[in-house]
Design a protein around this ligand. Structure first.
Ligand SMILES: [Zn+2]
Length: 350
């Protein structure tokens, strides 16, 4: 469909703003941010009148990217350590392994889907795979490397990540163990996925919680765009915030993905829960390390409640209420719980 001429007039102003914002190297001033956010509303107004407007779609995407730009934090992104060259090189190898392992997992999943076709597939099931793939050319993906370059004056402190892109970081093993972050954790403020030093990407079992974190990366990018950079950072600053629907979705997709990866084995026997036999079978099928047995147990106990309803985003309730309640009980002691209002913005849950 052609563009309407009055829309082209509106969009031209927005385009000028986007051009101006791109020329200002460095972080965006609040005034520029507001103008860009107004620009998004204009694009949305055009799209509501003419959903086919490619011009509005493209400009909106460009502004999303500009607004998602980040600055290298001088406090090394809340990390409790001194970043070294060895960290950066070690992380390069982990990232390489993750990218390879995730691609192998995607292929295995595709083969299983062909062998055992399902009548229904949740929309976002493939998003984590797409994100890792799209992040491959991201030159800021190794956070310690970029931080060292910025400190040494070899790279600008300010950088811009495209919508949906993220960076990796590593956590010293002793911190990871204290927090039981054995497989990674997503830090929404800095758009970082932190992995423990000893992360073993050649174990498919280790990549499953990583898949879960990728769901959070996608959720975080969308929430950042909805809230605006400043409100988003303020929201996540300080005490721990847990958006319950995000956790439910991340576990829902993770469990569905695992079940498909294992050809329906998890769903079929879910009622047996975390029996010793099933734990052993799960761990050997996904090459888990012995030290992570507790996680296999958590997963199987969660699946007992999750299936048979599973995750259906074509239904009014995407998971069973028993599963939603269990998630709420699990997360309640960990920090303030939030839900999302009709506009997709977080509101405290009481
Ligand atoms: Zn989570």
């Amino acid at each position: 469909m052609p563009e309407f001429s009055h829309h082209v007039g509106w969009l031209q102003d927005v385009l000028d703003t986007a051009d101006a914002a791109e020329k200002v190297a460095g972080s965006l001033q609040d005034q520029m941010r507001r103008k860009l956010e107004e620009g998004i509303s204009v694009c949305e107004a055009v799209l509501s009148q003419n959903p086919e407007s490619t011009m509005a779609k493209h400009i909106k995407e460009r502004i999303d990217r500009l607004l998602a730009g980040s600055t290298v934090p001088s406090d090394n992104a809340g990390s409790e350590r001194t970043i070294t060259e060895a960290d950066a090189s070690h992380l390069d190898r982990i990232i390489e392994g993750v990218e390879l392992g995730v691609e192998q997992m995607r292929v295995r999943l595709e083969q299983q889907e062909r062998a055992t076709p399902r009548e229904y597939c949740p929309h976002a099931l493939s998003v984590p795979f797409t994100l890792v793939n799209r992040n491959q050319p991201n030159s800021f993906k190794n956070f310690p490397r970029h931080w060292l370059d910025a400190e040494g004056g070899r790279a600008p402190r300010t950088y811009s990540l495209q919508h949906g892109q993220f960076s990796y970081d590593i956590v010293p093993e002793r911190f990871a163990r204290e927090r039981q972050d054995v497989f990674g954790q997503y830090d929404a403020r800095y758009n970082l996925v932190r992995m423990p030093e000893g992360f073993n990407p050649s174990s498919p079992f280790a990549l499953i919680p990583f898949y879960h974190e990728m769901v959070h990366v996608a959720q975080g990018s969308q929430l950042r765009a909805r809230m605006g950079e400043e409100a988003f950072r303020n929201f996540y600053d300080g005490s721990k915030r847990i958006i319950l629907p995000f956790e439910i979705e991340a576990y829902g997709l993770q469990f569905e993905m695992m079940d498909r990866l294992l050809g329906g084995w998890l769903r079929a026997g879910a009622a047996a829960g975390a029996s010793a036999e099933r734990m052993n079978a799960l761990m050997s099928q996904l090459k888990a390390q012995e030290q992570h047995r507790w996680l296999a147990q958590n997963i199987l106990a969660g699946m007992k409640i999750f299936f048979p309803h599973g995750w259906r985003d074509d239904r009014s309730s995407s998971c069973s209420s028993a599963f939603a309640d269990a998630m709420r009980r699990t997360y309640a002691p960990e920090g303030q719980l939030y839900t999302l209002d009709a506009r997709g913005l977080p509101v405290p849950l009481r």
